[in-house]
Design a protein around this ligand. Sequence first.
Ligand code: KG4
Ligand code: ZN
Length: 419
Amino acid sequence: MSAPLRHATFSLMSYSRYRCIKTATLERQTNLCFWNTNLPSLDLSCYLMSYRFYCQCYRYLRRSSKINKSKVALLPRNNRNNLSTDACTPRYVLGIETSCDDTGAAVVDYHGNIIGEALNSQTRIHVEMGGIIPIIARDLHKQNIANVVDEAIKNAKLSNQDIEAIAVTTEPGLALSLFIGVNHAKMLASKYRKPVIPIHHMEAHALTVRMVERVEFPYLVLLVSGGHCLLALAQDVNKFLLLGRGLDDSPGDAFDKTARQMKLKNLKECAGLSGGEAVELMAKTGNPKSFQFPGVLSQNRDCNFSFSGLKFHAKNLIFQEELKQGIDGGNVLPNAGDICASFQDGIVKHLLHRIRRGLLYSELKQLLPAENKTLVLSGGVASNMYIRQEIENLCQHFNCRLVCPPPKLCTDNGVMIAW
Ligand code: KG4
Ligand code: ZN
């Protein structure tokens, strides 16, 4: 099986790497304040899953482990039909996710049914430690990976032999964490003679929704997570047009740092929650109009994102409020709810501004079908119900359908990698 799979892998290399769209004339004509230069859009899949990436991946998977020197076949995500020649054979893919702080594994069949899954979240430990420490994340992945994978296969009532391929997150993420998942996938692939499918974490977030709802290409997708913020046009399983990206901190990081600065973990109701979940919970008790957060990149004629300004504004505000109210040690401000609500609202306003531009641009360039416009919202931050509701309101205005995976599939998990 390995020879044809290798050919399939390398056929991906023929993609052109960058593509630009000329926008200037139309923008000026319609006076919509759009990009005044050529839009620096990239074909995300070509950019992310380039020749170099596959070569590196291939070499990495072959050399990284001393466990087994035998060959491991690599399979591109969009070419899974190579897996089995017998159409009657049920096809199961094992997905392994260790890009950040969740050890996830799942078995999914070819129709997108989840056959078995298991997850070990490190959130509680990292919140206690005050942030993700890569070495600790790695050690926890190391401790749990075998159990999590075995549990997923056991829940699926299958054996390792029944799995046809092993999909594993290869990028982006914490190098030390990724290594554990990739190494485990390679070990299983060598032992059971299975091919490995390298998966891009953000692409997995962008496609998960198609497991739970019928969403046709092309659709607009906003990925808001602990590491990234991307607005892209999903044109196919492996073809994305990047419209906007984060220029600095991710929205998840802004949520996590703000929650930490406010010491929300010390509140009984926030114990064990991620920073974003804690801020969302506290925001329900506050007034979003209590504090004014600055508009972000409002003059920029593109769809890029920036969250560092909002994060630092929150940091200063908390510092000033604590000083004013004489709060010290591990105590939490009595008006923490108001700060959380205002901060969350600031994040939403920025997201809405950029999505609005993305939708207008897509309309102008007829990138989305006029009668069936869809925006997919995914990534850990997309599990925030306030953010969902506000984006839903905007979408209604544009006659666009908003689709979000259930919160469980928005945060990191093995299912999105196996699918
Ligand atoms: O996608 P994800 O699970 O991991 C990465 O790929 O980064 O996202 C994790 C991020 C964390 O920063 C967490 O604080 C944030 O998603 N998050 C939330 C919510 N739940 C998780 N942010 C806002 N509101 C939430 N309800
Ligand atoms: Zn993620």
